[in-house]
Write a protein that binds this ligand. Structure first.
Ligand SMILES: [Zn+2]
Length: 244
């Protein structure tokens, strides 16, 4: 994994400006009907429709996957200021963070083969009830808008309420989410009738990849040929979660 150089950052910024012009007009403005401002420094944003300025864009902890055909993508390292912004989304429902990271994840995925559909990693219904939203769905909606790609928020379900992964070892994480996902019957019929072959799963944070892999297995079992795993940020397992 490489840290992007200046020309890569410039290319990201150019893509955001160009692609932002193709967004529906309502998506080009902030939630308050005002021109976008930078999420981080609060200055007026200067990259068209995305809520970040070029200076902050250049200092974010980007990760660049050299192989554009790789099946995994995480746009950032899970560290300052990305970690705090994602926590604001997950625990305080900050929709501005979802809007920003949806655009930036789309920019990171811009050169990849375009999926037929995006599927956010589902939460268990109990978790959705207590939190009020699925943060991955909020992000996926914006990724879809930027990549002109449909989003299926109900294509998969989480049928087991799994304990939080944060304190588990890698092997425990795998066991924790094994068989936790199913593909909904309506979506299965779409796989055949619409010829859906390539799906990208969307998550906010990936650590060992156990959750995304379990969801991927469920999709492969029902005939999806290529399942990409896209996350906004990659967290390093802490010592307490490393396999012993
Ligand atoms: Zn800024």
């Amino acid at each position: 994994m490489q840290v992007p150089n200046e020309s890569t950052i410039n290319a990201l910024g150019l893509w955001l400006v160009e692609q932002g012009r193709r967004l529906p007009w309502r998506a080009r403005w902030s939630f308050f009907g005002l021109p976008p401002r930078c999420f981080f420094c609060h200055d007026p944003a200067n990259l068209g429709s995305v809520d970040v300025c070029s200076e902050c864009l250049s200092i974010l902890p980007w990760r660049v996957e050299p192989d554009r055909l790789a099946s995994t993508l995480s746009a950032f390292a899970y560290r300052d200021p990305v970690d705090e912004a994602l926590k604001a989304l997950k625990y305080r429902g900050d929709r501005c963070a979802a809007r920003l990271f949806g655009a930036l994840l789309a920019a990171a995925a811009r050169d990849r083969p375009r999926p037929d559909v995006l599927i956010p990693v589902p939460l268990h219904p109990d978790r959705v009830c207590s939190r009020g939203f699925n943060q991955s769905s909020l992000i996926a909606k914006h990724v879809g808008a930027w990549l002109c790609c449909p989003v299926s928020s109900y294509g998969m379900s989480r049928i087991r309420a799994t304990p939080s992964q944060t304190t588990l070892h890698a092997a425990e994480r795998r066991h924790n989410v094994e068989g936790a996902f199913i593909v909904c019957s309506e979506f299965r019929t779409h796989i055949e009738s619409l010829g859906l072959r390539r799906v990208a799963l969307i998550d906010d944070v990936v650590t060992t990849g156990a959750t995304l892999n379990a969801a991927r297995e469920a999709l492969l079992e029902v005939g999806v040929v290529d399942v990409q795993r896209w996350a906004v940020a990659k967290a390093m397992p802490t010592k307490s979660t490393m396999p012993t």
